[in-house]
Design a protein around this ligand. Structure first.
Ligand code: NAD
Ligand code: GLY
Length: 369
């Protein structure tokens, strides 16, 4: 298959000289000609994990080798619990031992965890090396591979150590979704629903009508959802790369979600699952503030349920939630800010919510004790 036949959409993240394409299609992994224009030397380090390596590493590496690109393979242990300093150091060790240079490109082949660690390594190795994202989960395809947020977790907070560092290319091969486990696939649907909730009511309608097709992995439905999502992400990042405004809306449900993830221990709930339950809590709080109707909250819950996601957050003491939520990057001058819904399809960020109502939500809208 030639590159033109494999690519079904090409979008751009517009950031002046640092603009880059998102190429979306099936079978792109073995189209090295899409990658080569973004390299500055004929050498790449591919960072992946021990689940993805047996599935896709050889296909990517062999196709690059065939056209004369030398490759270094760095295989990390799989799991959110490894998104830490130790794993990052392992990447640095491997790059240094193989004498990778500043001009060597780093390709992250995997989901959000590999992308976030690989991107952070690329941002700081010799003060920055070219970086390419090859996402292989639905979540990474529609969210984490686009926009240049890179990070590792700290025991005191999720994604607390990181950098903004844009890739030069996002090569989104939707054929990799064929092997993605059901639970991980649903986790990606959470971030897709998020775009509808924060800025696209018609897309929300489409998702309600097409969730069954998406769940059955209908290629046409996947392409539509991925293209719409990447378009939203590209627009938002192009307008607000460093999250001084609109980009914060992408965190709908995340302040609650990050508290769930770290409160239960990284890797217990998947990121997308925690975000789904977090978006319901955000909707519940919005309703208590007189913004959303109970019907709209129910619509949100039903759509996430149809996506195969949990919609009831786990019970933690409200004080524990508040403590964990306080380690959020949106905290400004010590004040917690949350993304709330003005209506379905329109979100805003605010520190102006009632603390009592938040505590009420954390007490009454979580799982039975
Ligand atoms: P993940 O990277 O842990 O991948 C999920 C699981 O699927 C892993 O076990 C992985 O090995 C496996 N896998 C990946 N691709 C596969 C495939 N094609 N076939 C079979 N198995 C496959 O999880 P994720 O949901 O992709 O990413 C979550 C992470 O992304 C979190 O750490 C979150 O903080 C981060 N994130 C970052 C951003 C950002 O903007 N940088 C945005 C959202 C989420
Ligand atoms: N996933 C949130 C962001 O990229 O800003």
């Amino acid at each position: 298959m030639n590159a033109a036949a494999a690519t079904v959409a090409s979008l751009t993240v517009s950031l002046g000289e640092r603009s880059y394409p998102i190429r979306i299609g099936a079978g792109l992994l073995t189209q090295p000609k899409l990658i080569v224009p973004h390299l500055t030397q004929e050498r790449v380090a591919v960072v992946t994990n021990d689940t993805i390596a047996p599935l896709y590493l050889a296909a990517l590496v062999d196709s690059l080798k065939r056209i004369g690109v030398r490759t270094l393979e760095i295989v990390l242990p799989d799991g959110e619990q490894y998104k830490n300093w130790q794993t990052l150091n392992h990447v640095f060790d491997a790059l240094l031992e193989a004498r990778c240079e500043r001009g060597t490109a780093l390709i992250a082949l995997g989901g959000g965890v590999v992308g976030d660690i690989g991107g952070f390594a690329a941002a700081v190795y010799q003060r920055g090396m070219p970086f390419i994202q090859v996402p292989t989960t639905l979540l990474a395809l529609v969210d984490s591979s686009v926009g240049g947020k890179t990070a590792i977790n700290h025991p005191l907070g999720k994604n607390m150590i990181g950098a903004f560092y844009q890739p030069r290319l996002v090569l989104a091969d939707i054929a990799t979704l064929d092997t993605l486990p059901e639970r991980e696939y649903s986790a990606g649907l959470a971030e897709i629903v998020k775009y509808g909730l924060i800025r696209d009511a018609p897309f929300l309608d489409w998702l309600e009508a097409n969730m069954a097709r998406l769940r059955s992995r209908d290629r046409g439905a996947i392409i539509h959802a991925v293209v719409q999502s990447c378009q939203h992400k590209a627009e938002i990042v192009g307008a607000d790369e460093r999250e001084s405004g609109e980009r914060a809306l992408l965190n709908l449900g995340h302040t609650f979600g990050h508290a769930i993830e770290s409160g239960l221990g990284y890797g217990t709930w998947l990121h997308g699952e925690a975000v789904a339950a977090g978006m319901v809590l955000a909707a519940e709080l919005s309703a208590r503030m007189g913004l959303l109707s109970s019907t709209e909250v129910e619509r949100t819950r039903r759509l996430l349920q149809a996506a195969g996601l949990p919609t009831v957050a786990p019970r933690l003491a409200p004080e524990r939630y508040l403590e964990l939520m306080g380690h959020d990057k949106k905290v400004l001058a010590g004040r917690l800010r949350l993304v709330l819904l003005r209506r379905l399809g329109e979100a805003y960020v605010s520190a102006d919510f009632s603390h009592e109502k938040l505590v009420e939500v954390l007490e009454t809208c979580v799982a039975d004790g």
